[in-house]
Write a protein that binds this ligand. Structure first.
Ligand SMILES: Cc1ncc(COP(=O)(O)O)c(C=O)c1O
Length: 389
């Protein structure tokens, strides 16, 4: 089945739906049973059954089934946020005394979790250069259990050679987990590229409307019990409304991603031609250093990318951003609306120095008409230049 067909049909097989196209929103904590035997059966089949609201409901299960199909994995667990999905993965697949390798390009709070929680749990965390590829090999130790990737990197957008990293990791007996949120399940097939555990901050493109927090971890049937039982022990639980919104977002994900890609590239290309811009960090652009890896491994580009401005003073950049009408200031991305943010990647990198001379911005291009977005940025640049001249 092609991806768009799959996104339309996956997760609609549950007998609980009575033929409705969408699942009911199950607001439930207590599930009751007619007999003690039925209760024991449900609890005995704890990876699949519906026996207590915290463990999962028919709504969360429908969402999980659909995400597993979209990601090309065997099982998915829904978690209350993208960060919860990252934290559950990092704790489920490590133990005290283990060593893990984490890309230096990961999302800031992933690093904070490693520094403040994993290390306290006795796990040694080492950061590797995002462009290491097969050169990651010398960093492995006999106790290296997991490699954590994110491609392209948060804020800096470097493309990782995931198949090369995965080949080394598997030869050394380690698992590969990756935050695959940027491409969404539409533009990247994690399990065909050597990833064992794929994470989505479903809050972003999957939900797609900036109105719910949600995360997913997708993996094989073999590894799934490890993540599921860890999440259950922590008490992680996903609200029925959130699961419903995630599933609803998934239905239009294919169409939205195509438009995000087109709009993002239109704005990125226009920015490349502007004298105020030193560099556009977008692996979908043919002259981006990560483009060959992007073209080999990805099926398309999302609409989140970086822009390094010429060395304007920070106050000028602030004036520009504050003047924008269509790009709102916001920490998130992946919704239908355009967003902009001032970023400081240098303070969250350890293996490489981030030497941008000018201010660095992150843009999320929404589903507005790109001509309007370009006009908004053009007016913003006028404001930027007015500050100087
Ligand atoms: C790449 C990436 N991964 C994970 C997350 C965390 O997702 P959530 O905000 O749902 O916890 C974010 C949030 O910005 C992100 O940008």
């Amino acid at each position: 089945m092609k991806k768009d067909t799959l996104l339309t049909h996956a997760g609609r097989t549950s007998p609980y739906f009575s033929g409705s196209v969408n699942p009911p929103v199950y607001h439930v904590s207590t599930v009751t049973f007619p007999t003690m035997a039925a209760m024991a059966d449900a609890q005995g089949d704890h990876l699949n059954s519906f026996y207590y609201g915290r463990i999962g409901t028919p709504t969360t299960m429908a969402f999980e089934e659909a995400v597993a199909a979209a990601e090309g994995g065997e099982r998915t667990i829904a978690l209350p946020s993208g960060l919860a999905a990252i934290a559950a993965t990092l704790t489920a697949f490590t133990a005290p005394g283990d060593h893990i390798l984490v890309s230096d390009g990961v999302y800031g709070p992933t690093r904070t979790f490693c520094q403040d929680i994993l290390k306290k749990n006795g796990v040694a965390v080492e950061y590797f250069h995002p462009l290491a590829g097969e050169n990651i090999a010398p960093l492995f130790k006999p106790n290296t259990r997991l490699v954590f990737c994110e491609s392209p990197g948060s804020l800096t957008f470097e493309m990782q050679d995931i198949p090369a990293i995965a080949a080394v990791a598997h030869a050394k007996g380690a698992l590969v987990a990756a935050d695959c949120t940027w491409a969404s399940p539409v533009f990247f097939r994690p399990f065909e590229k050597g990833i064992d555990i794929s994470i989505q901050a479903a809050t972003k493109y999957i939900v797609g409307h900036s109105d719910a927090m949600l995360g997913t971890v997708t993996t094989s049937a073999e590894l799934y019990p490890q993540i599921k039982t860890t999440a259950v022990k922590y008490g992680y639980s996903v609200g029925a409304e959130e699961a419903y919104l995630g599933l609803r977002g998934l239905r239009s994900l294919g169409a939205r991603m195509k438009q995000h890609q087109e709009n993002g590239l239109a704005v990125a290309r226009w920015l490349q031609g502007r004298p105020e811009v030193a560099h556009v960090l977008h692996p979908g652009l043919p002259d981006d250093p990560g483009h060959p890896v992007f073209a080999r491994d990805f099926l398309g580009a999302s609409s989140l990318f970086g822009v390094i401005l010429e060395p304007y003073p920070e106050e000028a950049m602030v004036q520009m951003i504050d003047s924008l009408k269509l790009f709102s200031l916001g920490f998130s991305w992946g919704g239908f609306e355009s967003l902009i943010m001032y970023t400081t990647p240098g303070i969250v990198r350890t293996t490489v120095l981030w030497n941008a001379d000018g201010p660095t911005l992150r843009l999320h291009v929404g589903l507005e008409d790109p001509e309007d977005l370009i006009a908004d940025l053009e007016a913003g640049f006028e404001r930027l230049n007015a500050f100087i001249y």
